[in-house]
Design a protein around this ligand. Sequence first.
Ligand code: GAL
Length: 356
Amino acid sequence: MKKLLSVLLASLMVISLVACAQQTAPATTEAAAESVETAVESEAPAGPRTVRVGVSIYTFDDAFMTLYRNELTRYFESKNNDQVTYEVTMQDGKNDQAEQTNQIDNFIAQGYDVLILNLVQSTSAATVMDKCAAAGIPVVFINREPSESDMQSHNTGDYAGKFTYVGADARQSGRFQGELIADLENKGDLNGDGKLQYVMIEGDPENVDAQYRTEFSISQYKEKTGNEVECLDDQVGNWQRAEGQRLAANALTQYGDQIEVIFCNNDDMAMGAKVAIEAAGRKINENIYLVGVDALAEAVEAVIAGEMTGTVLNDHNGQSHAAVDCAIAAANGEALELYNWVDYVKVTPENASQYK
Ligand code: GAL
């Protein structure tokens, strides 16, 4: 409705400018231009159009999402020009869905032009879409993928093409983790019993990234090697470094030398696990292996130094740029594809220097 009004106002303005120019009936084109300029100065608001973008990140306390949101802000700034300014309001969801729902409700009440949402709980997507559809506000979901059925069921009527998910297929990152171990000369099977004894440290299990990485790292390892696997321990570290360290330390105390690999759903937890592994007197890549996901700078350095077996690039640049491009397209009234995928990349000692 607001959009319709501003379009109407803009057309009225153009009509009145033309009328103005006609009334003054200037003798030369130069004079005509001058008179239009004067009319613009006195009748139209000066300055560029402002597009208000509401962003809510599930928590500011997340290493990967911090890289992501900083790049999101920087890339929006690079898109400002004489015609348009992107006014970005970035909120911290504090890992609390009620808090984030309030932020979203406020964005809607204030008539923001477009929202970019990293949901605390991806199951809230349906309600969010219902509210945004009623207000006619486009949404770009990022990082936490809503269920396919919620995406499909809202992709009808007026709201079709008004929302999208920008992200990476977490199954791919899981498969890459499995391959990082399967491609080792000994296939990670340090004790040569034909079985991989491993520990899994999971991110927030509500998030498909955690579910898929946990599942596909192991299924891909089995498929590529034909080896059996034995899960010694599987714990939830909620993407946090301190939890990764605590859980790895516990597992090392309980299972000691039996552990051949620690799979972490992300690098921040892997960096914590690395501290625990070193404190337990074990040596990564000699008598234990460690893999993560994200390619945080520290993890890439560790891979290069031989202190981590490998990681997987979660392309925060590619994803944040795609999210901004989609938000801008939507604010311009263009229809969006339902999904916008960005690839993961396997990071090994051979190629790690490219991802520093
Ligand atoms: C994942 C990422 C994690 C964490 C999570 C948040 O894609 O690998 O480190 O940021 O998203 O949802």
